[in-house]
Unconditional design. Sequence first.
Length: 579
Amino acid sequence: MIINEAQQKLLETTKKNATNEQFIWLSGYFYGLANGNTGPVQTDIATKELPNVTILYASQTGNAAAVAQKLHDQLANNSVPVTLTNMLDYRPKNLKKETHLIIVASTYGDGEAPDEALSFYKTIMGDKAPNLCHLSYSIFSLGDSTYDLFCQTGIEFDERFETLGANRLLERVDADIDYDETATQWINAITSVISDSESPSETNKTTGNAAIQNWSENQPFSGEVLNIIDLTDDLSDKNVWHLEIGIDESGIHYLPGDIIALLPENDTELVHQLIETTKLSADESVLIKDEKYSLKDALVTKLDITSLNRKLVESYAELTTLTPIDLAEIDIEQLIESGDLLDLIQAKPSPLSAQGLVDLLRPLRSRQYSIASSQSMVDDEVHVTVKQVAYKSLKRERKGVCSNWLAKLTEGDSVPLYIKTNNSFKLPTDNTAKIIMVGAGTGIAPFRSFLQERDDKGLMGNTWLFFGEQHFKSDFLYQTEWQKHVKTGVLEKISLAFSRDQEEKIYVQNRIVEQAETLFEWLENGASIYVCGDRNHMAKDVHNAFIEVITEQGQKSTEEAEEYLQELVTKRRYQRDIY
Ligand SMILES: Cc1cc2nc3c(=O)[nH]c(=O)nc-3n(C[C@H](O)[C@H](O)[C@H](O)COP(=O)(O)OP(=O)(O)OC[C@H]3O[C@@H](n4cnc5c(N)ncnc54)[C@H](O)[C@@H]3O)c2cc1C
Ligand SMILES: Cc1cc2nc3c(=O)[nH]c(=O)nc-3n(C[C@H](O)[C@H](O)[C@H](O)COP(=O)(O)O)c2cc1C
């Protein structure tokens, strides 16, 4: 025997307690001793200086933040000195001191940067951007390839950093909506480049309790429909309803401002039409990620059959050997903009196998909804406000997938769901701070949760709600609840804009301008602004209305008013949840 029993015990104990890194160090140490060194020998791993890494993330609904957090944890587990910072809190002048910078950012609007990135983006893209020759960087860009400007924010940062002289640690990665696997590979690659270690993240391991609470797109919790209440009446042009979902025993905790993701099913009638058009059999077996489904089940529950993009059209053409002449006969741009898979197949029918069809399609994804309840008030429930999406295009009636699937649910039905923490839409930590809430249509939802929360805490006043819809009589969502809050004092002020109850259109932005003097006083007294609802029109008009309030009341130029609002963004006093 080379070692005695006592030494063997010591080795066993060491084996149980030491980390991988310590094993490597110890092997170097003993090697050194054997070769005549009396002091500890520093192995490569012990002496290797790992760089200081800064990770900046810019996220609207938490995906980029979650990827950045995972990268942070994995680097930290590999002993890399690493700092994780929201881009909103980062001062670009610190770039001079950085050596290794990682950016994780999503894209919003039509190729726009998320709100958290706007200030940093402006500095980096501007004339006064610093020289970055000393900097190594890498970018992980999140987006959705159905948008024309896929991952635009990441692309723009990447190009700009290169122009400013920085060196890429790794090529930029553009990740689509099913970004999990891509993110894990990228995190491993970054870890490997920075720490020369490919050890998998400790944080990737889910354990016991954490796994139960960690519901996700791939492992949703099955909630139960408890109650459905119509919020619009028959005279309304819209169909909006309130849905209460039971989350008993899910371990889910959410806060006002958080978002719920619901995993819908496709319309069975549309699936039926698709199967008929392709002349395939509904019962034929297909494989998705090694799991077997019937074609019908795969199309109903697993695959996105309603959104078209260029890649899908090209893959369909390739699979069915359509020629460029065949393709030239259809208006692809129009099809992508307004059509779906059925339109494509009807426009250019061509034989394809069931598996071929399935392999063309992206996974059916969850839809997000602002949570409309406060958990402190409703316990094991989560409430949402849903508007049915239905419209006509290319001569066919279309139905939004999730809203129409939800419309068919009845009490007792199951709803697969998970929660997305939304740190970009949170009540002030100071309970006495004033809040101004602006919501049009379903944009009212999170303010129901804000006021329930304040009601539960017994907080009175300091709240001002702007709500807009078409008609007082048919569209005043949650009317009696706001009236009750006004009566009890939970809601200090309410300003309503019913656009079609009079000849001239009146919107929330008009009400904001009308109330300029008091609103500016509120802002000067520390009020926070929250805006929720339509991104394309309402959010821009409301922004401009606040600019008008600030220029007029604060006697500022438009540029100074923009700076005033940007300052509020930085202080988290101007938060938006817009879609
Ligand atoms: C952070 C966040 C919070 C949200 N909160 C809420 C909420 O509280 N309540 C709520 O109801 N929704 C909310 N939404 C929107 C919601 O996620 C869904 O987008 C919405 O319910 C439609 O989903 P769907 O599956 O029914 O429609 P989809 O199948 O996704 O179809 C929607 C698509 O149809 C097209 N389309 C829609 N209308 C028309 C039209 N008139 N003409 C032409 N094309 C059209 C557009 O391309 C649109 O993207 C939120 C979204 C986000 C990102
Ligand atoms: C209203 C809205 C607009 C979006 N616009 C774009 C876009 O123009 N380009 C893109 O690539 N992705 C776009 N996306 C997709 C998001 O970037 C994607 O869902 C991403 O995972 C979100 O990450 P986050 O949660 O960190 O913000 C959009 C998503 C929403 C909800």
